[in-house]
Write a protein that binds this ligand. Structure first.
Ligand code: 2AM
Length: 400
């Protein structure tokens, strides 16, 4: 790449992953799969190398060029990715790097789906990055720049698959590995203590159990998201109204790949869901959709960001989206000044009973979790079984 070209795609277009110190530190402690996407000659390789250099101690760059895979529109031949995939799988499985960078055109949705599955399997957060070079979609210029010597026609055939932005299933803040483990333990301990809490055992009817019996909340909330996250916008790959507009928002473009610290102020449990209430900062609120609250409770009025939460677990047959609705129910009760019972302290906070099996633990100290703002591109409904059982990793509720 010429000096001018390098300048063009770096100056003014630096992504948080490369220039934001907090992001750089967070990424070093995380598991991230960077998928570079774009036409041949658009500047992917330079960007890939720049990222690799920045994180040189714990990154691995895997390039389709190095495996001699020519980017074309034809269905990829069975074996052509086998060596590259072997390298990728080994790298993830053996934890050879915590930042894996894939340099390929990534124009084929089937290929991408396989990569999203792999990211899920190994618990990597995905970042899809595209070079910002002015010529990235200019086939006339790309013809002279791509080292595969693809013709104008071949490039024009590839272009439609790459000019449209990939809209994820949802955008959100993804909790980084270490904090995720701690948050899961905190949730585990809270659910365990609440299961044994006398006032809770006295009010089990809302959960469909006889009062005074023991209900194991860890089993009850048997489903938990594969990667803990706070959804900002559910897009269903662009099918949801307003999702393309959201993806194009300046704040979203700027915030993508950036690290944020989320503040958790409370944990809550209802007969349907278990969740963590998130208090958003001014900066974080710029990523919050205007209609996020109205979308699920059109008749009520809430301060922006009221629905912000992390789903910790859901009961059988309950969708994750219910957690945010349950949180808004709590806030509605708080707004109307309704009765709530103060039942003392457990798990580093004050526990309150509202009504209809709704419990909230207001934490005396906010929990801070490190996150990266990105999208979830894989299949819908990927959840993991609750890591429950007898063996709590921490003896009591530990608040970070
Ligand atoms: P959550 O954010 O409450 O956990 C995929 O379904 C993800 O998108 C889940 O994490 C889910 O809930 C979130 N989500 C937000 N709004 C949704 C909607 N309207 N339909 C489905 N899922 C939604």
């Amino acid at each position: 790449m010429s000096t001018q070209a390098a300048k063009d795609h770096t100056e003014g277009h630096k992504i948080p992953l490369l220039v934001d110190d907090h992001t750089v530190t967070t990424v070093r402690e995380s598991k991230i799969l960077v998928i570079l996407r774009g036409l041949p000659g658009s500047g992917k390789t330079s960007l890939a190398k720049e990222i690799e250099q920045k994180f040189k101690d714990n990154s691995r760059l895997i390039s389709a060029d190095n495996h001699n895979i020519k980017p074309t529109i034809r269905p990829s031949d069975e074996g052509e990715y086998s060596k590259m995939d072997e390298e990728l799988n080994t790298c993830c499985e053996r934890r050879e790097a915590n930042l894996v960078i894939l340099d390929d055109t990534h124009h084929d949705q089937e290929r991408l789906n396989g990569l999203f599955d792999l990211a899920n399997k190994y618990h990597f957060t995905v970042l899809i990055l595209e070079p910002k070079t002015p010529w990235r979609l200019d086939c006339g210029q790309l013809k002279d720049r791509n080292h595969w010597k693809l013709s104008l026609e071949e490039l024009k055939n590839l272009r439609p698959t790459l000019e449209k932005e990939l809209v994820p299933l949802y955008f959100g803040w993804f909790v980084m590995k270490r904090d995720e483990d701690t948050l899961r333990k905190t949730s585990h301990d809270f659910l365990e203590q609440l299961s044994n809490f006398k006032p809770f055992r006295k009010r089990l009817q809302e959960y469909g159990y006889e009062d005074k019996h023991k209900l194991d909340l860890l089993k009850y909330f048997g489903k938990t998201p594969n990667i803990l996250h706070c959804t900002t916008k559910y897009c269903d790959y662009g099918k949801v109204a307003g999702s393309e507009e959201y993806a194009k928002m300046e704040a979203v473009k700027k915030g993508y790949s950036k690290a944020y610290i989320l503040h958790i102020t409370a944990l809550f449990v209802t007969p349907r869901t278990a969740g963590a209430r998130v208090e958003l900062t001014e900066e974080q609120l710029t990523l919050w959709p205007q209609d996020a609250e109205k979308e699920v409770m059109p008749k009520d009025t809430f301060p922006k960001g009221s629905r912000a939460h992390i789903t910790l677990g859901t009961a059988a047959d309950v969708q994750d989206v219910q957690t945010g609705i349950d949180l808004l129910e709590f806030i509605k009760l708080q707004q109307s000044g309704g009765e709530k019972e103060d039942l003392g302290e457990i798990c580093g906070g004050k526990i309150y009973y509202y009504e209809n099996g709704m419990w909230m633990l207001n934490l005396s100290r906010k929990i801070e979790v490190k996150t990266i703002f990105s999208g979830y591109y894989g299949k819908a409904g990927v959840t993991a079984p609750q890591r429950g059982g007898k063996k709590a990793l921490l003896p009591t509720c530990e608040i970070m």
